[in-house]
Design a protein. Structure first.
Length: 89
């Protein structure tokens, strides 16, 4: 008995997009990716059903990493100012 194969979301999206382009038949894609045409159809359907969610997602104005970097920069500036005033007094 074969074990069930698992595919990454990136792979599923790649196959679904290629199926949507309709440059190859489902049978050709099935052979190319060693899948069944039914599996490709299912991924294509799921991709289309979930596509509106991509545009509904709110994107953060500033990424978490950008905020952290800005805070570290500010800490550095304050540390320099503290050192400067500590040496004056």
């Amino acid at each position: 008995m074969k074990s069930k194969r698992k595919f990454s979301s990136e792979f599923k999206a790649k196959v679904a997009i290629e199926a949507l382009k309709e440059q190859s038949t489902l049978s050709e894609l099935a052979i190319k990716y060693q899948l069944t045409p039914n599996q490709i159809s299912q991924w294509k359907k799921e991709f289309l059903e979930k596509a509106p969610q991509v545009f509904a997602m709110k994107t953060p104005e500033k990424s978490h990493e950008d905020e952290v970097n800005a805070l570290y920069k500010k800490i550095g500036e304050l540390q320099i100012a503290n050192d400067f005033f500590a040496n004056i007094c």
